[in-house]
Design a protein around this ligand. Structure first.
Ligand code: GDP
Ligand code: ZN
Length: 471
């Protein structure tokens, strides 16, 4: 259990593995002054960089570098922090790390677990949980938009919005709980205090925070976009065209994409995980049948499905029937875009006229569609924008918090309890105040899980162990 070991000082290489111009070894603990003195051979001035040699046990110089000492509580973790910056080679860094462990042994100095520095910063009140998570997000932000949004989250924007919601919620709770003590006047009291209006206003603010947070989760985690369709309609070609690389094997032989291949691309800073699938058709080939089965699983997990059609084969024998079969298997409620491919090979004007008949042959409602050529690239830009719109992304990322599914869920839970509270208050005359108070308490608790005030230890463990060591 990490929490139990939180007293021991910790140390780790803080810079990324491999060769760099500068490497940093960082230690944090309750009393590091002795270790700092031992490794540097002098008394360090707080928060000043001192250039000096670091020596091993035999007094040989490991490297020259800078030593920085941040006494508690004015440090990243809130404990004493010692930062040693030397040349970034892995060997010297390991030597310096080993020497520190040696010198710190009497203090039980040990290697840090992943994310332990940030965890301590959280436990010492330097960061709240949402901010701590954004440290990790900033480190592995895969797109520029995600990085910008993580920076805002680190500055505490999500936390601030949550804090404002919580403050209003606390006032409402106090109001209701105070009313509980005066049962005769309870209804008038709540009415005078405009409890219902305030609850409605709170609900609206929460909704806005939810929208921004959902956008943020999208930026961070991206969406699964699954390519579905019969063999040879051009799924692999489309994946390659979108990813700009030869990933999947494109062949003119039907049924060659036997397994899924996936590639993450970004459109306007939103990461999209595009999953190619084996062509969906009945087959006698056992291997191909397994591929088809996997494809259906991938489709069931999709956030968005692109259903590809081959414009050159709209009138081929059996084609319409196969399309109808696939359409029946597509999951309900998942956003779907029909992609008509190979427009370079057909007369678009004629086909457009025939389209209503085509939809009805397939037994489908005319759905949202786009005409493209994976081969020539025509229509791909439109497809990208339609994909973004389907994903529910808004233009630009201003005002978006980088967020996680965890935050989205916590807000949704808060919302449920507020909804319930609002229904109770609307009962008016018979409003069961104790139930109302309970719903508000649960809403508050769900909300505070975002910044960590109510987060159980096991959840904390899960969050911090996803960090890398030295952070
Ligand atoms: P999949 O089985 O659905 O993955 O289809 P592929 O991507 O392997 O493509 C099947 C065949 O169609 C290949 O010969 C591709 O070169 C061809 N193809 C794919 N897209 C287009 C397109 O937009 N225009 C033309 N003319 N041919 C295409
Ligand atoms: Zn393929």
């Amino acid at each position: 259990n990490l929490l139990a070991r939180d007293g021991d000082p910790i140390v780790a290489v803080a810079t990324a593995p491999g060769r760099g111009a500068v490497g940093i070894v960082r230690a944090s603990g309750k009393s590091l002054a002795d270790v700092a003195r031992a490794i540097t051979g002098r008394e360090l001035v707080a928060r000043h960089a001192t250039y000096l040699p670091f020596r091993d046990a035999r007094c040989e110089v490991i490297d020259q570098g800078l030593a920085l000492y941040f006494p508690a509580p004015h440090s990243y973790t809130g404990e004493d922090v010692l930062e040693l910056q030397i040349h970034g080679g892995p060997v010297v860094l390991q030597l310096l790390l080993a020497r520190l462990l040696e010198l710190g042994a009497p203090l039980r100095l040990r290697l840090a677990e992943p994310g332990e520095f940030t965890r301590r910063a959280f436990l010492n009140g330097k960061l709240d949980l949402a901010q701590a998570e954004s440290v990790a997000d900033l480190i592995d932000a895969s797109t520029e938009a995600a990085a910008r949004s993580a920076t805002r989250a680190l500055a505490g924007e999500l936390s601030r919005a949550v804090g404002e919601l919580a403050a209003e919620l606390v006032e409402l709770r106090l109001l209701v709980e105070a009313t509980l003590d005066f049962p005769e006047e309870e209804i008038d009291f709540l009415r005078q205090a405009q409890a219902q209006q305030r609850l409605q206003a709170l609900q609206q603010t929460l909704q806005q925070v939810q929208v921004r947070t959902r956008q943020g989760a999208l930026l961070r985690e991206g969406l699964r976009v699954v390519l579905a369709g019969q063999p040879n309609v051009g799924k692999s070609s489309l994946l390659n065209a979108l990813a700009g690389a030869e990933l999947a094997i494109v062949t003119p032989i039907a049924g060659t994409t036997r397994d899924k291949v996936s590639q993450t691309i970004q459109i306007e800073g939103v990461p999209l995980h595009i999953v190619d699938t084996a062509g969906l058709r009945d087959s006698a080939d056992v291997v191909e049948r397994i591929g088809v089965e996997r494809s259906w699983h991938a489709i069931a997990d999709a956030d968005v499905v692109l259903f590809l059609h081959d414009l050159t084969r709209l009138h081929a024998t059996g084609y319409a029937q196969a399309e109808a079969d696939i359409a029946r298997g597509l999951p309900q409620g998942v956003p779907l875009l029909h992609v008509f491919n190979k427009r370079d090979r057909v007369d678009v004007a004629t086909l457009t006229l025939q389209l209503p008949q085509v939809w009805s042959d397939w037994g489908m409602e005319a759905g949202e569609s786009v005409w493209i050529s994976a081969a020539s690239g025509e229509g791909l830009q439109t497809l990208r924008y339609q994909l973004l719109a389907l994903a529910g992304a808004q233009q630009g990322s201003e005002g978006v918090f980088i967020a996680r599914q965890r935050h989205v869920q916590a807000l949704a839970q808060t919302r449920q309890h507020l909804d319930a509270a609002l229904r109770l208050i609307e009962l008016d005359a018979q409003a069961p105040l104790d139930l109302l108070a309970e719903e508000l308490r649960l809403a508050h608790q769900a909300l505070m899980a975002i910044t960590g005030q109510y987060t159980p230890d096991d959840l904390l463990g899960a969050i911090f162990s996803s960090f890398c060591i030295g952070k």
